[in-house]
Design a protein around this ligand. Structure first.
Ligand SMILES: [Zn+2]
Length: 547
């Protein structure tokens, strides 16, 4: 906190009085986290700070002071106290959502916390306009808004400012959660900067048929959430009228993927793909008059059926599989994956998973067998692929990360720190190096894949290279994979600080590590391993190998 001449001029007694007055004004609660403050119990851990910072021309006077826990005040960073308070409120929603097994909070959580999302909007459409009232919030005035027709899409929409009671979050079109950029937006709005783009929503009468329906916001949730957290009770929106929501979803997906208008993170893209997949499957069944529990058709048939969007359809199928694997309750690797892009406290990114485990072992084409083929006997190829990838990822997590990776040490500039002589726990350093995308990719392609193929070849069992996990691997094969990983983890290079500058300090390409695995030596001449990796030898349990 900035130095306050006013505060430093106060005697201890006057300061104690000030604390009491502030606390009374704040209903005995911390200004930031809104939890209780007890002047006696917390006496050593309280701050008085300026609500509007002095640096932003805030006054050094009592009405600009607030009392906080010191810890809360320290965690606010450079933010204004009001921003810190709103962020603290949002973080609570975020934690609640995560405790409920979700990836994070979205606009829906913010809306319901502030009393929104309670009403349906009753609308009447006339030739070029819509009429509606906001009776539910006590305003019976009949409002009239012109509709605009979109020449090419044929969609019609209107603009209106709507109270949050009438706004609902559409998590089907927009499955994203609110990310860390919320703070920046709260700061902007708190400083009085305007919203530059209106939120997008759609409205359709509910199926029961009368003229009322929800206004579902599918774009602009960060801007909306930031303003609602700052106390805004109504927001400008563009509302599409009874659109084909599938077309909207498609437009929104494309905007985030091939058109790159919105920075969708990859994991969300995959989830979106899977909900589109579920919709296509439902559509297909309806056209074929199939029962709900009838899955006697193949991926190939689906792709053929939606022939106008073959490539998308294929992507939905693969994305659904990725999504199921990443959300699988037994998948322990996901604890070590940063979901939204880059972070420093977790070793893996979602995109690294995509480029390693999925690239190596996920079948990317359509299967000609029925979706329910082999389900009863546990031989369904997609299910085997899913379960065995989860098993492999979990084995890797347990060999490398669980109880070894230390999030407090993290990965930021780790090799630099090693080079400067900082002592890093070996288990942590090893986990970091074995999480490098180029290393992991080679562990899978030069190691695990070889173990699997070798096993089947020895037994003259024909298994397709691109569908290795569509066959159930017996326990002895999993044991071999486990031994390989245990021996791999025990190699000295993962904890050798001498290799930090020459090998691990910068990102290497795939070939670099392929050469290391093949020869023991890096292309730059550095001896990384004592000898080449002998994968088959390494499938023996570690304590049986004589070195
Ligand atoms: Zn607090």
């Amino acid at each position: 906190m900035a130095k306050s001449n006013y505060l430093s001029s106060l005697t201890d007694e006057k300061l104690a009085d000030l604390r009491q007055r502030l606390l009374a004004r704040q209903n005995q609660r911390c200004f930031i986290c809104e939890d209780e403050i007890d002047l006696q119990l917390h006496s050593d851990s309280l701050d008085i700070d300026h609500i509007d910072p002095l640096a932003a021309d805030g006054l050094d006077a009592e009405n600009n002071f607030a009392l906080t826990h010191s810890k809360c005040n320290r965690s606010k960073g450079a933010s204004n106290l009001e921003v810190a308070q709103r962020m603290s409120k949002f973080e609570r929603l975020q934690n609640e959502a995560r405790n409920n097994g979700r990836r994070g909070a979205n606009l829906g959580d913010v809306l319901t916390t502030y009393g929104g999302s309670t009403e349906e909007l009753r609308l009447r459409q006339e030739s070029n306009l819509v009429k509606f009232t906001l009776s539910a919030v006590g305003d019976d005035t009949v409002r009239v808004a012109p509709t605009c027709a979109d020449r090419l899409s044929g969609m019609s929409s209107f603009f209106a400012e709507l109270p949050i009671e009438y706004l609902h979050h559409d998590d089907k079109i927009n499955p994203r959660t609110i990310g860390s950029n919320l703070r920046g937006l709260i700061e902007e709005f708190q400083k009085g900067r305007p919203q530059l783009h209106v939120a997008l929503a759609w409205w359709a009468p509910e199926p029961e048929g009368d003229s009322a329906g929800r206004v579902r916001v599918f774009d602009g949730q960060h801007k909306a959430a930031a303003q609602i957290l700052l106390g805004t009770r109504s927001l400008p929106v563009r509302v599409f009228l009874s659109p084909d929501s599938d077309v909207l979803r498609q437009a929104n997906t494309n905007a985030g993927s091939k058109l790159k208008q919105v920075a969708f993170d990859t994991a969300v893209m995959h989830h979106l793909g899977s909900s589109l997949y579920a919709d296509r499957v439902a559509q297909f069944k309806e056209m074929r008059h199939l029962n709900d529990d009838d899955f006697s058709f193949s991926e190939t048939e689906l792709v053929g059926f939606f022939s106008g969007e073959k490539r998308e359809m294929l992507r939905y199928i693969v994305d659904a599989q990725k999504d199921a694997i990443m959300r699988h309750e037994n998948n322990r690797l996901t604890e070590f994956v940063e979901w939204a892009g880059k972070g420093a406290s977790l070793p893996l990114s979602y995109s690294a998973i995509d480029k390693t485990f999925f690239r190596e072992f996920l079948f990317r084409k359509a299967l000609a067998t029925d979706l329910d083929d082999g389900l009863e006997t546990g031989e369904n190829p997609r299910q085997l692929e899913r379960d065995q990838l989860v098993r492999l990822m979990t084995m890797y997590a347990e060999a490398v990360f669980v109880d070894k990776w230390d999030p407090d040490t993290g990965g930021r500039r780790l090799e630099n720190r090693v080079q400067k002589g900082e002592a890093i726990a070996h288990a942590h350093l090893r986990a970091w190096r074995l999480s490098r995308e180029e290393v992991l990719a080679n562990v899978l392609s030069q190691g695990v894949r070889v173990v699997l193929e070798h096993y089947y070849a020895l037994r003259r069992q024909s298994v397709r290279r691109d569908r290795l996990l569509h066959t159930r691997a017996p326990d002895e094969l999993w044991d071999a994979v486990g031994s390989f990983l245990a021996n791999l983890v025990a190699l000295p290079c993962w904890v050798d600080s001498q290799l930090s500058g020459t090998v691990f300090g910068s990102k290497q390409n795939l070939d670099f590590w392929e050469r290391v695995f093949d020869t023991g030596k890096a292309p730059n001449g550095v001896q990384v391993l004592a000898q080449k990796i002998d994968v088959i030898e390494m499938t023996n349990p570690p304590d049986t190998i004589l070195t």
